[in-house]
Design a protein around this ligand. Sequence first.
Ligand SMILES: *Cc1c(COP(=O)(O)O)cnc(C)c1O
Length: 488
Amino acid sequence: MRRSLEGLLLEAAGTPHESIEDVMSWSGSLALDRRDPLRKYREAFAIPLSGAIAPDTDRGGDAHGADGAMPENGAVAAVAGGGEAVYLCGNSLGLQPRRARERVLQHLEQWSQLGVVGHFQGGEPWMPIEDRAIDAGGADIVGALPVEVVYMNTLTVNLHLMMIAFYQPTSQRYRILMEADAFPSDRYAVTSHVACRGLDPDDALVFLRPAAGSSGHYRIEDIEACIREHASDVALILLPGVHYLTGQVLPMEHIVRAARAASPDVRVGFDLAHAVGNVPLRLHDWGPDFACWCSYKYLNGGPGAVAGCFVHERHAHRTGADGVPRFSGWWANRRESRFRMLPVQELAAGAVGFQLSNPPVLSLMPVIASLELIRDAGGMQALRRKSVLLTGYLELLLRRRLADQLRVLTPSDRDERGCQLSLQLTGVLALAEVHTRLLRHGVVCDVREPDVLRVAPVPLYNTFADAHRFCDVLEAVLVALRAPDAKK
Ligand SMILES: *Cc1c(COP(=O)(O)O)cnc(C)c1O
């Protein structure tokens, strides 16, 4: 039987913590941090200072003020004093691994000293940069074979490239099934793609919706029913691994199985922007046709970092001639003959065969640095172990202290969520003002109008103390804003 979260937290805090109350206290959080096996990895990241992220960072006034609302445990003072921020925004942009700078500088150095010779050390092309990302764990992180993954372009570009390859509409089967509340960029990408392929988006897109009464979550039976309903007209199912707004992990394995049961002609692609580096994935075993992810959220690769792309092994040796058409360029060529520039291309097997250009080395370097760090830390299993505790801890704290102020939109079952919690604030509040005040108190998270805060404690660099500091600040901010005389 599965252990309760409280049981896991008690065990993680160790003796002498005897009750969950002990563990949920400020000193309990410090004990959890002391005993955290990933503890040292926080130092591998640059943590922004609260004084830098909001120049007018509160250093003791505001919510501490007249109403005396600020809890007196020292945590808030530590944030407001200009120390390390409480950074809960890894779902939007992961923090910088310190070794990213080193890796980028190494490459600038190689370029400055060797010019093009740096590309061909000893007369042989040095390990192609795309292989270095795989070597650093870029395929392991999604549970894929090396041949199935390539780092290239950015997420939205890769979505288009994958749709060129795997969306093959016929007069009968031409629809794309996606979630109704998709990330807007994905919706724009799919809509524009369908239109460019000569179809009417109003007809060609069909939407999966959360059933009434499901709190905005997608249930397996509803997904399966929707796939069955469209078994004869859907060409491609494109769904997220983790939903960006609710933080729900979708049942990827079931989705692929339902698609295969519906028809061998239905292709499946996953957008893993919020899943990669967040939850363990087994893409090869689950068997979608393709998947795309960006590298700047939980992969900490930096803004606009080179993105990842998965193409299942079953397509590794297929070409345009046998049904996997593609846009191509010289980097899709077999490595052995790439620089011979043959008149007819020799396509590389696997995901590499979808590359167009030589990769932007500088923006790939931080991705490699970060992948190495995740591998050093023990990979996704190790991250996940802490993540379950850390997010569970934050949720317990919020439920104990702020239950009347907010509702947790993210599924409470830990198997159905990653690290993110989406918090819906109750009552009418100016969300932008909440956001500003949190920032002024050194808390970085993001907001979705009209009333949702998204907080993502990341196991590699967030602490159990961060969870307390966040609750303290949020409580103080909400109490101050809800006070009858709060300034509008
Ligand atoms: C972050 C994110 C994107 C971003 O796309 P880019 O091409 O990297 O700018 C797209 N889709 C989803 C679902 C995302 O979460």
